[in-house]
Design a protein around this ligand. Structure first.
Ligand SMILES: Cc1c(C(=O)c2nccn2C)oc2cccc(OCCCNCc3cccnc3)c12
Length: 398
């Protein structure tokens, strides 16, 4: 296990951008400017990833880009665009953000590559491979030689593969947009009844995360990640950015809750989700579906015991069911229609019991220029259904 190509240094890296078709030009987006943020928003809103039968398209918000693309240590020259020379129109984008990893005990300086997007009318002009080469070059110039990325499509050698899970919170709307279907021997009323949750969280001591919780949540996060074969190293500043997310309320992207022990006033657990809607393409009644994605969580119940002994797993399973159930109740309050989670982390401990349906999608994880043996993605080897005892994947990609 380890880096594959260790021969290069920043001095041996090409110093100028790769050549590009004469009608296009490289550009660096300034995401501190509303104009550039708007152009990025428009490009991805119309041209980013859709589901396989083009019913839905990701609808990343401006707030989402400010969260996803400006973490601690972000670099403007890693927000790479391609413009049409004559018009200045943005027609392609790719991003890199710092993301140091631990893979089976080895710490690796790395970046996370995301938001690769090419305008629909300019596909198959080899722009995507060129964008990947250019962001690799600019990352290598900073003496970083590994990169983490995910894809729904299969490319050479994923380090892990996880299964999509979906928990309907607004079943009738999901039915109307064609995402949920009516199982045999069920009625709409019975499906709504089956998927309705309580109106208020039940976990004792449950409350929203506040700025004062950052260092406790950081300790929980840092101890918890030892459970996994791959995880992201986070400083307290990273926790403040990725998990606390600031006090903004309208159009809030990251929602995090903590559990405060009533006697000791200690924070013993936290759980978070991020909001990323889908545009519904061609539906007379609904324009968007609200989607929340399970993000990071940790509990002192399972903390530090990386051995996953039977009795501890049972305790943790019970705890996680309570935390995720309450997180979904909070998600429903902010108009989420479906709560998504992968078979990663310790999610398979609760996906079935909390009525997550296994989706027809898989998410493949890749680490560029790093050889590692396969990491358990929480799926059952034979039928690819949700496994039974957690996974080795501790990193959540947006
Ligand atoms: C995408 C996605 C979907 C859906 O497509 C979906 N949900 C409701 C309706 N649909 C069609 O369902 C998931 C469940 C868990 C994690 C997920 O994604 C994990 C994070 C995705 N990262 C970005 C990305 C984009 C495209 C391909 N791969 C990754 C997803």
């Amino acid at each position: 296990e380890g880096p594959i190509d260790t021969s290069k240094t920043p001095e041996t890296v090409r110093q100028e951008p790769y050549p590009i078709h004469s009608s296009f030009e490289w550009t660096t987006l300034d995401l501190e400017s509303d104009h550039d943020l708007d152009q990025l928003y428009e490009l991805l809103y119309d041209h980013y990833v859709e589901d396989h039968d083009a019913t839905f398209r990701f609808a990343y918000s401006r707030n989402f880009f400010n969260w996803a693309l400006k973490p601690t240590g972000w670099r403007q020259d890693w927000h790479i665009g391609v413009r049409v020379k004559d018009t200045g129109r943005l027609i392609a984008f790719i991003s890199g953000v710092p993301c140091d990893l631990t893979i089976r005990g080895r710490d690796i300086k790395s970046v996370e590559i995301n938001f690769l997007c090419v305008h629909k009318q300019l596909r198959s002009k080899r722009l995507a491979p060129l964008l990947i080469k250019e962001v690799t070059r600019r990352v290598n110039l900073q003496n970083i030689w590994q990169a983490l990325y995910s894809s729904g499509t299969v490319l050479p050698r994923p380090v892990s593969t996880c299964r999509y899970g979906h928990r309907p919170l607004n079943w009738s709307k999901l039915y109307e947009v064609g995402f949920s279907s009516l199982p045999p021997n069920e009625t709409k009323a019975s499906m709504v009844a089956k998927t309705t949750l309580g109106s208020e969280p039940k976990t004792k001591g449950w409350r929203k995360m506040e700025e004062k919780d950052i260092s406790t949540v950081w300790k929980l996060y840092d101890a918890w990640r030892d459970r996994y074969d791959i995880s992201q190293i986070m400083t307290k500043d990273d926790i403040k950015h990725w998990i606390y997310g600031g006090h903004q309320q309208d159009g809030k992207v990251i929602h995090t809750f903590v559990v405060e022990d009533e006697e000791t006033k200690e924070v013993t657990d936290y759980i978070s989700f991020y909001v990323l809607p889908f545009t519904v393409l061609q539906n007379p009644k609904h324009k968007q579906i609200g989607i929340a994605y399970l993000y990071y969580y940790a509990s002192t119940v399972g903390l530090g015991k990386t051995n996953k002994d039977e009795e501890n797993q049972e305790l943790l399973k019970k705890r996680l069911k309570s935390l995720v159930n309450d997180a979904m109740i909070e998600a429903k309050k902010v108009d989420i229609d479906v709560f998504n989670a992968l078979s990663s982390q310790d999610n398979t401990l609760f996906l079935d019991d909390l009525k997550f349906g296994a989706g027809d999608g898989f998410l493949n994880y890749y680490v560029f220029n790093y050889r590692t043996s396969h990491i358990d993605g929480g799926m059952d080897e034979t039928d690819h259904d949700f496994g039974k005892n957690g996974s080795g994947v501790g990193v959540v990609l947006l």
